[in-house]
Design a protein around this ligand. Structure first.
Ligand code: 13P
Ligand code: ZN
Length: 237
């Protein structure tokens, strides 16, 4: 397959997430834009499942292709068998549906609304960034339980002050998004409002979503942010 390297990188990141302890059961998800890598054979593939309506029209990514973790699938399984635990989807010609076209009839992640909202925005701005990653990094989630850190400014002050690399590699910092239900339109809309101005968005008492040039780049952003959170958690108070 043309995009083997891209999918192998997703598998490598999935293994890292599991090793880090950030991917319990089916926790976390990833979506990568493979549109530039698909050939005519892939474009001709028929849908394996009925098209699913999107809550929000995604005109900028109409007709585009994405590899996604499957809903309910485990990162540790995706690390070994990416095509059994993930799928390739095609966005419909009007940007209001998607369909799974390979390799098995697997439904993409329940957080697809947040991921696609970001990809639609990236497309609108002409960005070449390809990857979005959502995971449950323990210490970042722990900080989102501390009431006085629960806003964008306080969270960034805290994370940036822990170790110089945080500001160096995450100069735009994180957006802090108040709790919204997993997979909800509210979560996707809140994420979209913040992601343009930040390197990642913290979902209160849930996890984080980051954008990267590729999946390893998105992983590095979360890794840097969580390192700062780990140091904050290690400081006796
Ligand atoms: P999925 O298994 O649907 O990807 O959900 C995992 C998750 O982390 C939801 O926020
Ligand atoms: Zn989650």
């Amino acid at each position: 397959m043309l995009f083997t390297d891209t999918i192998n990188m997703c598998a490598e990141v999935a293994g890292l997430l599991w090793t880090k302890g950030w991917a319990e059961r089916n926790g976390g998800n990833l979506v990568v834009n493979i549109t530039g890598e698909v050939d005519e054979n892939i474009r001709r593939l028929p849908p394996l499942m009925k098209p699913t309506a999107l809550d929000t029209k995604m005109e900028q990514i109409a007709g585009w292709y994405f590899y996604c973790k499957g809903s309910g699938c485990r990162m540790r399984d995706l690390a070994r068998k990416p095509m059994d635990n993930g799928c390739i989807i095609r966005i419909g010609p009007d940007g209001d549906t998607y369909e799974t076209i390979a390799c098995k009839p697997i439904k993409p992640t329940s957080e697809l609304p947040s991921h696609l909202a970001i990809h639609n925005n990236l497309a609108a701005s002409g960005s070449t960034r390809k990857a979005t990653l959502h995971t449950h990094p323990t210490e970042l989630v722990a900080l989102s339980h501390i009431a006085e850190l629960c806003d964008t400014e306080r969270m960034n002050e805290t994370l940036w002050s822990m170790i110089p690399e945080t500001r160096l590699f995450c100069p735009k910092g994180v957006g802090f998004l108040a709790y919204a239900d997993p997979g909800s339109k509210e979560l996707a809309e809140g994420t979209l409002r913040m992601i343009g101005q930040h390197d990642a968005v913290i979902w209160e008492k849930h996890g984080v979503i980051a954008v990267g040039d590729d999946m390893m780049d998105a992983f590095d952003t979360v890794d840097i942010l969580n390192k700062a959170a780990q140091i904050r958690c290690a400081i006796p108070r």
